[in-house]
Design a protein around this ligand. Structure first.
Ligand code: TRH
Length: 381
């Protein structure tokens, strides 16, 4: 019997969280044959990652996933509408009528709250914990992605490593990919950096350091990212195709690429500046040196999360730690030329570590496999 799964996603801050939800939905369908219905409130943001999404459609099928425009909390639902597995992403509130219909189902659906990724140790104690509904006979379980056996692991498609190896087997493939996005021969010959960060990243001083550095740097920045600093550097609008060179730095604005091409961008660059969750995980699978810009939370909660990750990932890589802390504003008054110089000098160790890390994390299993194993336990299968 084909299992049905409803995944509810609310988009935050432009396209936050749809990146992870879309990847999860696609993989559950493509690799496990689950009938996935993805409820998403912001189709315009979704279409940036997946350009064939029709932003005006209430219902549509995208790569085998049924996509529903989630317009609000007022829908009417019966038990027949409820899937076998219900996932709320990041504790979003489900429509009340949907929850009421869940309580009338026999058997009840498996209900999961899919949480954000963190390297902190406490997640091991919270992964798979239950949370009973205050009024209805329903039980929700927490599902935490993570870096250890006692967590839900990381999303990773079965063919990803093979695709990456094939892409990197011939350097011309990466060059052609970047050329198709407008890059010139001189830009390709420099150190290639991809830039994806939140608006509070100190991009302008880093540009200054690259401009004045000994070695040439090409920074590829998708449209809509770090717009203010990019415009400042270009001296004009940061539109796709815009490019300028000052000193040793060239900044080229790329179109915002589809999600599947974003992996290729990471593979084609020497250093990747990534952010949030999905691009951060993809950078780990890319096996290239990367610097993470974390999503800011109240009371500097994100600083704790950042340090927890660096503790796991960058122990023994002092230049990477220092650069990352400064990039996230944990350390003020950064000396960017010195930080960049040290990061470049540490690059061979970082690159070697990136490969060991991949193997280590992959050994804990892929998230979708772990999620479905947990679902089967709960269903008593
Ligand atoms: O969208 P994000 O900022 O996501 C974040 C995190 O999930 C964070 O924890 C959170 O709560 C916040 O949202 C609100 O960054 P993330 O997770 O890296 O997702 C971005 C997606 O965009 C990712 O799937 C890669 C994709 N992408 C493209 O497809 N093309 C591009 O050109 C670029 C730059 C990104």
């Amino acid at each position: 019997m084909t299992l049905r799964l409803d995944l509810f996603c609310r988009v935050i801050d432009n396209y936050g969280d749809i990146g992870i939800c879309w990847r999860l939905a696609r993989q559950l369908h493509a690799e496990h044959g689950i009938a996935v219905r993805l409820w998403v409130d912001d189709l315009a943001s979704f279409s940036r990652l997946q350009p064939d999404v029709d932003t005006g459609a209430e219902h549509q099928l995208v790569q085998g996933v049924a996509v529903r425009h989630w317009r609000g909390q007022d829908g009417a639902f019966t038990p027949a509408d409820v899937a076998d597995i219900v996932i709320e992403f990041f504790a979003v509130d489900l429509p009340p009528a949907y929850v009421a219909a869940m309580a009338q189902c026999t058997p009840r659906p498996v209900w999961l709250n899919f949480e954000g990724l963190t390297a902190e140790e406490w997640v091991e104690g919270c992964h798979r914990l239950t949370s009973p509904h205050p009024q209805l006979p329903l039980l929700k379980h927490f599902f935490f992605p993570g870096y250890t056996d006692k967590t839900g692991g990381l999303l990773r498609e079965a063919a990803l490593d093979e695709q990456r190896r094939a892409f990197l087997a011939d350097p011309a493939t990466a060059d052609n990919f970047l050329r198709a996005l407008g890059a010139t021969g001189a830009e390709l010959a420099a150190t290639r950096v991809s830039l994806f960060c939140y608006p509070f990243a100190p991009v302008a001083p880093l540009f200054d350091a690259w401009r004045d550095s000994d070695d040439a740097v090409t920074c590829f920045v998708p449209e809509g990212v770090a717009t203010e600093a990019v415009q400042g550097f270009l001296g004009g609008p940061a539109r796709a195709g815009a490019v300028a060179t000052r000193g040793r730095l060239t900044v080229r604005v790329l179109p915002f690429v589809p999600q599947t091409d974003y992996d290729k961008l990471l593979w084609a660059c020497d250093v990747n500046l990534v952010r949030g969750e999905d691009s951060w995980v993809r950078a780990q699978w890319a096996g290239k040196p990367f610097v993470w810009h974390i999503y800011a939370q109240d009371d500097h909660l994100h600083h704790k999360k950042l340090r927890a990750f660096l503790q796991r990932y960058a122990n023994g890589l002092p230049a990477l730690s220092a650069f990352t802390l400064a990039w996230n504003g944990v350390q003020q008054h950064a000396d960017w030329p010195a930080l960049w110089h040290a990061l470049r000098a540490e690059a061979p160790q970082i690159a070697a570590h990136a490969i060991t890390w991949q193997d280590q994390v992959a050994a804990h299993g892929d998230l979708t496999g772990k999620l479905l194993a947990f679902v089967h336990t709960l269903r008593g299968a």
